[in-house]
Design a protein around this ligand. Structure first.
Ligand code: SF4
Ligand code: SF4
Length: 296
């Protein structure tokens, strides 16, 4: 374990980095005096799989779920679009909170499952592999830290069922991490890239229609059997979306393009090169004219 920053009086993060086999003391249960306290003041970032699980549980389309239960946020300084869980109208409590506890408990978001642990994903310089480390979040209202139960991070993850969430969201998390860590070298993605990011990450029903649309199929070369599997499985569709985002944002080509589309892209690229060369030639000629004019 290693120290990574000094504790602040108002900062609930215990500044000790934990690995999977490190232990911590914590237990949350229905009989505890602070039951529900942690859900009365929420700030929960939603992952794509959170949205999928919740909208299916509530029997809503992804658009309906987004409108009723989320608020927009940004994931980085460029304005990459994200979603947070919306609170109740009159206070800061979660809309799914009831006197009996969480009304969507079996499908609660990953952030709710992790609490009172925090997760930090990092990639070492020149390493393609991301490493996760954990830390304890100790808020004054949470009495779970006084309970006598000690467990490893690994045991807690299994008990809370976070593995499936992390597995399905893995490529999405790596997109966010790569985007953040590349900083200015990547530049600000276009508005169309942001729109595609939102569509593939959160608005899965509309993304399915997009993948089945004629314009999409004129560009991407996906065998019919594979396409059928993608559009009939929510999880496969999400993961296909993450591949598409990596292709669009980082040029990681894993989805074949149709040869006509490749040819069109090549022609567009060459046309842009020609236009740029003509623009430069025009600029040069104007500069030369100005030099001759100044000699008259
Ligand atoms: S989804 Fe459930 S566990 Fe998460 S904040 Fe809302 S009520 Fe609490
Ligand atoms: S012990 Fe902590 S996590 Fe559990 S209900 Fe109380 S405040 Fe929430």
């Amino acid at each position: 374990m290693s120290q990574f920053h000094e504790p602040q009086p108002s900062n609930p993060i215990v500044p000790i980095q934990l690995g999977l086999d490190d232990t911590f003391r914590f237990r949350c249960h229905r009989g505890i005096a602070c039951f529900n306290k942690c859900c009365e003041n929420i700030d929960i970032l939603l992952t794509p799989y959170d949205v999928l699980r919740l909208k299916n549980r509530l029997g809503l389309t992804s658009r309906e779920f987004i409108e009723r239960y989320t608020v927009d946020c940004t994931l980085d300084a460029h304005g990459m679009p994200g979603l947070k869980l919306k609170t109740q109208e009159a206070n800061t409590a979660c809309q799914f909170l009831t006197a009996e506890g969480c009304s969507v408990y079996a499908d609660r978001p990953a952030a709710c499952r992790y609490y009172a642990l925090g997760l930090m994903a990092m990639r070492k310089k020149d390493s393609p592999v991301e490493e996760a480390s954990y830390f304890v979040v100790k808020e004054a209202h949470c009495l779970g830290h006084l309970e006598p139960k000690v467990q490893t991070v690994r045991e807690y993850r299994i008990e809370q069922g976070v593995d499936v969430y992390d597995e399905i969201n893995r490529e999405w998390s790596s997109i966010i991490l790569k985007k953040r860590s590349s900083g200015p070298t990547l530049g600000r993605p276009s508005q169309r890239s942001f729109d595609l990011f939102f569509l593939a990450s959160y608005n899965l029903d509309a993304f399915r229609e997009f993948v089945q649309s004629q314009p999409f199929q004129e560009v991407f070369d996906i065998p019919p059997q594979e396409l059928q599997e993608i559009v009939t499985s929510d999880v496969k569709l999400l993961q296909f979306g993450f591949r598409l985002l990596k292709q669009v944002l980082f040029g990681e080509r894993t989805i074949a393009l149709k040869s006509a589309a490749v040819e069109q892209r090549r022609e567009r690229y060459q046309r842009r090169l020609r236009e740029e060369a003509e623009r430069r030639a025009q600029q040069l000629s104007e500069e030369q004219d100005r030099v001759y004019d100044s000699l008259d």
